[in-house]
Ligand binder design. Structure first.
Ligand SMILES: [Zn+2]
Length: 177
């Protein structure tokens, strides 16, 4: 998941990421916490801005939930923005849009592979979901119908299978700035 795309969706452009802070936690789900110092333009007003943004990305098996909080937003001068642009480079230039199209097809392929590799619950036939043990963060399969039907179907994940999933997750996420 590219956070540049998220900035564009939020109505910003000319995204410059000046610094990134990153933490990952596993607590049933895999959650990434990301803090950005960014500069950009506001699409509506054309005003250059400096932003401090906190992103939370939760991987709930095949679903990715992204939320964010704007911690600080301040107007800067065009000169200051251009200085930052020269220092760090803009992330949503023409190359970004070209890569975005390519990336989309690659990600679709990875998602299809993930769907193909997701087992069916041996007890009820629902697709299963990958969860992580709180004690050691090791993944296991839990019935996807757990919340509704309380089906307790569970499957272990072999080391080989876990390594294959890790590779897929890395491939799916590798364009994060
Ligand atoms: Zn089940």
């Amino acid at each position: 998941m590219s956070s540049v795309e998220k900035y564009l969706q939020l109505g910003y452009r000319g995204i410059v990421i000046m610094s990134t802070d990153y933490k990952e936690r596993v607590n049933g789900y895999k959650v990434e916490h990301i803090w950005h110092n960014a500069a950009c333009y506001d699409n509506k007003t054309g005003q250059p801005l400096k932003l401090e943004v906190y992103w939370k990305i939760r991987y709930d098996h095949l679903q990715v939930r992204i939320s964010h909080r704007l911690l600080r937003k301040s107007a800067i001068s065009q000169e200051e923005y251009e200085k930052l642009l020269h220092e760090f480079g803009v992330l949503d230039g023409p190359l970004f849009h070209q890569r975005k199209c390519l990336r989309y097809y690659e990600q679709e392929k990875i998602r299809k592979e993930m769907e193909r590799l997701t087992p069916i619950c041996p007890m009820c036939g629902n697709p299963m979901q990958m969860k992580h043990q709180e004690s050691d963060a090791l993944p296991f399969w839990e019935c996807g119908g757990y919340r509704n039907s309380r089906c307790t179907g569970r499957l272990q994940i072999s080391t080989e299978e876990r390594m294959r999933w890790d590779r897929l997750w890395i491939a799916l996420r590798q364009d994060r700035p």
